[in-house]
Design a protein around this ligand. Sequence first.
Ligand code: HEC
Length: 154
Amino acid sequence: MWARLMAVAAATFAGAVLAPAGDGPAAADLVAARQAAYRLSAATFVSIKGAIDRGDTVEAQEAPARALAGWARALPAMFPPGSDAPPTQALPAVWSDRAGFEARAAAYAAAADRLAALAAAGDKLGFAAQWGEVRKRCAACHDGYRRSAGQRPG
Ligand code: HEC
């Protein structure tokens, strides 16, 4: 529920940032907002895993899975040009290889859509397997577009 609201808020917020005549938020505020949204999405993702590990039925996981898909679609707009200042962990490739970054976000959205569809279908085994597929989509983007722990300054 909250994750879904966050995804909607993020999408609305991102729309405001990109409005041609609007005064967008400061880059530092944008970095803080997207980092918070990532933490919320990670909490949602971990809570879904909890349901799998408990052996819960999966229908109730449709809403959180859809929230992840919503965030996946909104997230590229949270990285407008110029939002690359510290404390961001985003690598310059987010902006220099925009097509690659957007393709990875789209792959994440598609994987989360499938996760939601499997939840709606009540397919416990398929849902559990698809959770692992979504996790691969996180890693596939972090590998090239987010500073790893070893690369972090300090
Ligand atoms: C399309 C690329 C992409 C995908 C897909 C992606 N991430 Fe990230 N993630 C990033 C980038 C870039 C950052 C750094 C953002 C910043 O610091 O400005 C980040 C940061 C984070 C952070 C750190 C937030 C903080 O506290 O600073 C977490 C946690 C995270 N991602 C979790 C996830 C999880 C979980 C998934 C999959 C369910 C995922 N991400 C999918 C690109 C992605």
